[in-house]
Design a protein. Structure first.
Length: 356
């Protein structure tokens, strides 16, 4: 690339950076300070508090860097927190980040450059290890659990907020406390909006020890239960048999790729996940059922969506599309992705990663 060709790219990246907001959902994690320090560009930083402690409020209030802070009363509701962050953010481009992660140098700029040509961009998580067996197994399982399909699971994820009108009119489902990014990814697939993967855009996830990861999977299971009841995830028509079949395939794959130890640990995580789903069915811990819309209904099908891989089959896409239509959301494949280009930029070549 010549200097003359590079200059317009740099100008475009600068324009995108000027309209980028880093959005972080936060409850009580003091590692947010390291996360903020790793943002090495002059971009807006939005903290969406959900059940924040007084200590968190104090450190944010005293932080020398300008911060945009918004808060919701619904503790633990990541979907609602990200929606509040998106509403408070002034940027066109929203870069989602977690409080227990840090950006590698130059990653914010790298993702801004990528989203200038592709409306949704996914970076790469590097899972930390503390030296303990549990942290090593956690890193292996997390790597495997992401699967080969490039999805919109965050962090790090940056997207053009203009996609929202094409995926049902909202950023995240405010009822889904966990698995909110998975549901977001499903709507992207229904709209035919691809996710570009930039593996060089790395963030570092703090090492997980003890039962942290099991608690996370339990919460994912709660989110799965909510999503099934509202019809934004499919529900297996024969739940027990399907779950046994799906779990056996997943654990066998994990053993092949990450080893027997990782598969054994993953079996515990799968048990925590399904326990979370069952717990929601029995207890409704977040009290969401009274807030379900009248159209809420399970989208049952024989082959439901496995938790490990988020790529939808054509049958699953059609079933979810009908469920959204019943709720008043018409999501159809978008034929022209050039509508997301920054004003004045030339049209890109068609993406080879477009969803089917």
């Amino acid at each position: 690339m010549t200097a003359g060709e590079a200059a317009p790219d740099e100008e475009r990246t600068e324009r995108v950076l000027a309209s980028t907001s880093v959005v972080i959902a936060l409850r009580d994690d003091l590692r947010i300070l390291e996360c903020i320090d790793s943002v090495d560009e002059d971009v807006e930083i939005v903290l969406a508090l959900n059940g924040a402690t007084d200590e968190i409020r104090r450190v944010l209030r005293e932080h020398p860097r300008p911060l945009t802070v918004t808060e919701i009363p619904d503790a633990g509701n990541l979907g609602a927190a990200y929606n509040a962050g998106a509403e408070a953010a002034g940027g066109r481009y929203l870069l989602l980040m977690d409080s227990d992660c840090t950006f590698a140098p130059g990653v914010v700029r790298m993702m801004a450059a990528a989203v200038a040509t592709d409306p949704v961009v996914k970076g790469q998580v590097v899972y930390g290890e503390s030296g303990s067996l549990m942290s090593r197994l956690t890193a292996r399982v997390r790597e495997y659990d992401e699967g080969e399909y490039v999805s919109a699971l965050s962090p790090p994820l940056i997207y053009d907020r203009a996609i929202v009108e094409h995926i049902g009119g909202h950023h995240f489902d405010g009822l889904i406390h966990w698995c909110e990014d998975r549901e977001f990814d499903f709507r992207l697939q229904l709209a035919g909006i691809p996710v570009r993967h930039v593996p060089e855009a790395r963030i570092f996830h703090d090492a997980q020890v003890g039962l942290q990861n099991m608690r996370s999977y339990f919460r994912y299971g709660v989110g799965e239960g909510i999503a099934q009841e509202t019809g934004v995830f499919t529900t297996p028509a024969v739940p027990v048999l399907w779950r046994l079949y799906e779990a056996s395939r997943t654990l066998a794959g994990c053993a092949r790729h990450k080893g027997i130890g990782a598969a054994a640990y993953y079996a515990l995580l799968k048990a925590a996940f399904h326990t979370g789903t069952l717990y929601h069915l029995v207890r409704d811990p977040y009290g969401v059922r009274p807030r379900y819309p009248e159209t809420a209904a399970r989208a049952r099908m024989l082959r439901a969506i496995p938790q490990h891989c988020t790529e939808l089959t054509p049958a699953q896409r059609e079933r979810l599309r009908r469920a959204h239509l019943r709720a008043g959301r018409r999501i159809v494949p978008l034929g022209d992705l050039t509508v997301f280009r920054p004003d004045g930029d030339p049209k890109p070549e068609p993406s080879s990663q477009a969803a089917s």
